[in-house]
Design a protein around this ligand. Structure first.
Ligand code: AQP
Length: 333
């Protein structure tokens, strides 16, 4: 039966890229006909690079608040924090023994994040995609909504499932489908249309945070890098214009339209006219979410209760799948 899993790292503020690339689609999939939807704060992934302990705890609760404020419901979906469901890490060890060094060395995210100094990167950062495969496959999840940047990790997840099934002569782990859809699967930095919008970009002006107020959102959009030309009337006219394309993509995703529909409306306009429209739309979409996040954050005990309940529900699925995995491997218990 089709099951959905996805996660976000509590490694900083949620931003518009996370919202459009992931969260907004989580909410839609929650209401479609899947047997189960599971959404996760992946704290074990966050610590592959240094996290201050107090900030990690704060970001985890704030991310949970962001999930709920965006429309994920603990009644409809299982909402969890990764380290509270130990089977994720237990299966990850097994997958460390299935995945090959050469596969991991080809991962572009590791190369980007480790940079030139790969010797100093944590072993966890290198093994990150094996833990991600475990996150997904410990639920036998079949569909994983993500942004474009996660495509390669999902291919690796399929490779791990296929090799496990082949090595042990079983048909146990499903081959997962990435769900990468919509106008904003890769939201770019507001300062540089060739770089993705990211939590770890040192420039706060490069991203719109979910916790930004209306003034901050309007200011960042007003200052966003653009070119001097008017907007084209068809998507083709955006091809060599990364910054313009990014702002139009964001508008399309926020207003639930295709890029061509947006351009039919705004083609011919200058950015001086388009940017205020985009700012108004972004504020209208995001400010109810940030208000609700702040309300939820005032009651952190309630958030902890939701996560504890989520972990208990999750373990009803993950514990039997781990036991079966151990049986297949021949582990005596
Ligand atoms: N710019 C983006 N556009 C569309 N989708 C995005 N996602 C992230 N950035 C964009 C999607 O958000 C989900 C969760 O991302 P994550 O928290 O696991 O990690 P990330 O990709 O590491 O996010 P950041 O902001 O880029 O963090 P840093 O800077 O630490 O690397 C995923 O589905 C991702 O595709």
């Amino acid at each position: 039966p089709p099951r959905v899993f996805s996660g976000i790292q509590p490694s900083g503020d949620l931003h518009l890229g996370n919202y459009l690339g992931a969260l907004q689609r989580f909410v839609r999939m929650q209401d479609e006909a899947y047997e189960q939807t599971v959404f996760c704060m992946v704290d074990l992934h966050a610590i592959t690079v240094w996290q201050d302990p107090k900030e990690l705890a704060h970001s985890t609760r704030e991310l949970a608040a962001g999930f709920i404020a965006s429309g994920l419901s603990p009644e409809k979906s299982i909402l969890i924090n990764q380290s509270q469901v130990p089977e994720h890490a237990q299966l990850a060890w097994i997958f460390n023994c299935v995945a090959r060094m050469g596969w991991m060395q080809r991962m572009t995210q590791f190369k980007d994040k480790a940079g030139k100094n790969a010797e100093k990167a944590s072993l966890g950062l290198f093994a990150y995609p094996a833990l991600m495969a475990a996150d997904i496959l410990i639920y036998h999840a079949t569909h994983v909504p993500v942004g474009e940047d996660q495509k390669q990790h999902l291919e690796l997840t399929r490779d791990i499932a296929a090799k496990f099934n082949h090595d042990y002569g079983v048909d146990f782990f499903p081959l997962t489908e990435p769900v990468i859809e919509g106008a904003a699967t890769r939201v770019m930095s507001l300062r540089d249309g060739t770089k993705k919008m990211s939590k770890s970009d040192p420039s706060d002006a490069s991203r719109i945070n979910m916790t930004d107020d209306a003034d901050a959102i309007a200011k960042k959009i007003r200052k966003a890098k653009t070119d001097p030309d008017a907007l084209p009337s068809e998507a083709k006219g955006l091809e060599q214009r990364p910054e313009a394309r990014n702002l139009v993509n964001i508008y399309a995703a926020l207003s639930d339209q295709s890029v061509d529909q947006v351009l039919a409306e705004v083609g011919g306009q200058q950015f001086g006219a388009f940017k205020p429209m985009l700012a108004d739309l972004a504020v209208a979409k995001l400010s109810p979410i940030s208000t609700e996040m702040a309300r939820l954050m005032a009651e952190p005990d309630e958030i902890d209760k939701i996560l504890a309940r989520g972990a208990a529900q999750a373990r009803e699925i993950t514990a039997p799948i781990l036991q079966k995995t151990y049986d297949i491997i021949g582990m005596v218990r």
